[in-house]
Design a protein around this ligand. Structure first.
Ligand SMILES: *[C@@H]1O[C@H](CO)[C@@H](O)[C@H](O)[C@H]1NC(C)=O
Ligand SMILES: *[C@@H]1O[C@H](CO)[C@@H](O)[C@H](O)[C@H]1NC(C)=O
Ligand SMILES: *[C@@H]1O[C@H](CO)[C@@H](O)[C@H](O)[C@H]1NC(C)=O
Ligand SMILES: *[C@@H]1O[C@H](CO)[C@@H](O)[C@H](O)[C@H]1NC(C)=O
Ligand SMILES: *[C@@H]1O[C@H](CO)[C@@H](O)[C@H](O)[C@H]1NC(C)=O
Length: 444
């Protein structure tokens, strides 16, 4: 076992509930962290690096070094206190670590308003999506957890039919939604979200489906994890005063798509353009682990393009927000319909630009022209609004001082809000209200 893994295990094992909470401050927010056997969490950290020699791509599994700092990854360089090489798949252990800092933890599940399951679901899925011999069993992803919860202190689960349980799933919900009876099994996804045992749990995912009664999207983690308010403020100030000679930037895959799509249109518009109009940052390699490659250019750009890739959302949206580079969306599923807890859906026009993708791909609308036509004061206003919202999508470092609500705080509040609403519906005998999404989006 590596020393790093051992260290992680020790911290998780020795952490206990925080000091006695103020009873009123914790009303409705008491969280019990369910004790799970190590096979559901820390044992899965062994899936790093060479655990799957058959994996066709070196980045198919998180590298073992990305386990450092409870999943934030190693620092980008020795002297930084805020920047890390973060692999999003380690959001599960990171969230677990952050919840151990929560103010309202209770040991007794009967006193809890919500039960957090520290299950590292995306890491547990790796064998099903990387090992050919396991493909045919991807329908059983999660069954051992369901069996454990049904058999070990079954009252915890039964008390509210699971409506008060929540957990993190560090990936797009779609990757966990393959119907269990699909035959032959499709590559690349499991049926975790289709297991009837988990129908009533709230999953925090990086991307939700169109009708997300089971999950809610939380921001993709960026590489910026400040450990204090002055560090957060210093970065925001830097992004605010940065000179931005480039009109627009796209960071992502730069190979030509086989069929016309929005990415193809972006590449075509950027071909032969000078840096003051368009900057293409080639992220075909492992860009996410090398934030300097795109953060510097993003600080110099006024707009950052966010076309859908394999799925509608992308990490780059959040890198852009942190850099103060106004995001340009081509469909609402890329953010507006996803991150309602963190970014106000009704105010996207104040901090982003939306150009419907059909207008570009089929309608001949030019992205460069559209963005160049936005007056400079308007861009500055959007950037200001964006930087005001940026702290809400930042995952601050564990163990850091409070710095307003960060992405984890907001996600936990959102989950608690949803759980309180469901438990009320349950207690009032209003089953029709159980899965409503009415009050899901917060007015910020
Ligand atoms: C960073 O720190 C490590 C360990 O202290 C050291 O081995 C390495 O040389 C340092 N790197 C730089 C660029 O200073
Ligand atoms: C998986 O199931 C399919 C039928 O659905 C079968 O053809 C295939 O041989 C099975 N693969 C393995 C590795 O068992
Ligand atoms: C989910 O909740 C509904 C309504 O409370 C309940 O009837 C059902 O049994 C629950 N499902 C599970 C798997 O507990
Ligand atoms: C870009 O330049 C190349 C070679 O100079 C040319 O073949 C191509 O048509 C140009 N593309 C655009 C979109 O102007
Ligand atoms: C995206 O959302 C906005 C605001 O709700 C709405 O006006 C617009 O029609 C939506 N666009 C599409 C393509 O659905």
């Amino acid at each position: 076992m590596s020393r790093r893994l051992l260290f992680f295990l020790l911290i998780i094992a020795s952490a206990t509930a925080a000091a006695t909470p103020d009873p009123d401050a914790c009303a409705g927010s008491r969280i019990h962290i369910r004790q799970l056997p190590a096979r559901f969490n820390t044992d899965l950290l062994r899936h790093c690096d060479t655990a799957f020699p058959l994996a066709d791509h070196p980045s198919a599994t998180p590298s073992c070094s990305s386990l450092a700092n409870h999943g934030l990854g190693p620092r980008t360089h020795n002297r930084t206190r805020s920047w890390y090489r973060t692999d999003a798949r380690l959001l599960e252990p990171f969230f677990h670590r952050r919840l151990l800092d929560h103010h309202c933890l209770v040991d007794d599940p009967a006193r809890a308003d919500a039960v957090f399951l520290p299950y590292y679901a995306a890491l547990d899925a790796l064998p099903f999506v990387l090992e050919p011999a396991m493909l045919n069993f991807s329908g059983v992803h999660g069954v051992p957890l369901a069996q454990f919860l049904a058999g070990d202190r079954p009252r915890v689960l039964a008390r509210r039919h699971g409506h008060d349980h929540f957990l993190v799933l560090a990936g797009p919900a779609w990757d966990y939604s393959q119907p269990p009876d699909t035959d032959p099994r499709l590559w690349g996804s499991t049926s975790l979200l289709r297991r009837p045992e988990f129908d009533n749990f709230t999953f925090l995912t990086l991307e939700s489906r169109a009708w997300p009664w089971q999950e809610h999207a939380v921001p993709h983690p960026t590489s910026f994890h400040p450990s204090s308010l002055p560090r957060l403020r210093a970065w925001i100030a830097r992004a605010r005063r940065s000179r931005r000679p480039t009109l627009m930037l796209y960071a992502g895959t730069v190979s030509k798509p086989s069929r016309p799509n929005i990415r193809g249109s972006i590449l075509a518009e950027c071909a032969n353009r000078t840096l003051d109009v368009c900057n293409l940052v080639d992220c075909s390699g492992a860009c996410a682990l090398d934030p300097i490659r795109y953060m510097r250019p993003m600080l110099k750009a006024r707009f950052c393009l966010q076309p859908p890739g394999d799925t509608p959302t992308r990490r780059s949206t959040f890198d852009a927000i942190v850099a103060g580079c106004v995001p340009v969306f081509f469909e609402n599923a890329s953010a507006r319909t996803q991150y309602g807890w963190h970014l106000p859906p009704g105010r996207y026009d104040e901090f982003s630009v939306t150009i419907p993708k059909d207008a570009v791909v089929l309608g001949g609308v030019q992205i460069v022209e559209t963005l160049a036509a936005v007056p400079e004061e308007e861009v500055a206003r959007m950037r200001e609004r964006l930087l005001e919202l940026a702290p809400r999508v930042v995952y601050r470092r564990h163990g850091s001082e409070e710095m307003g609500m960060d992405a984890v705080d907001i996600a936990v509040e959102g989950a608690l809000r949803r759980i309180r609403r469901r438990v009320r519906a349950l207690e009032d005998g209003r089953p029709e209200a159980l899965y409503s999404l009415d009050d899901d989006d917060q007015v910020i």
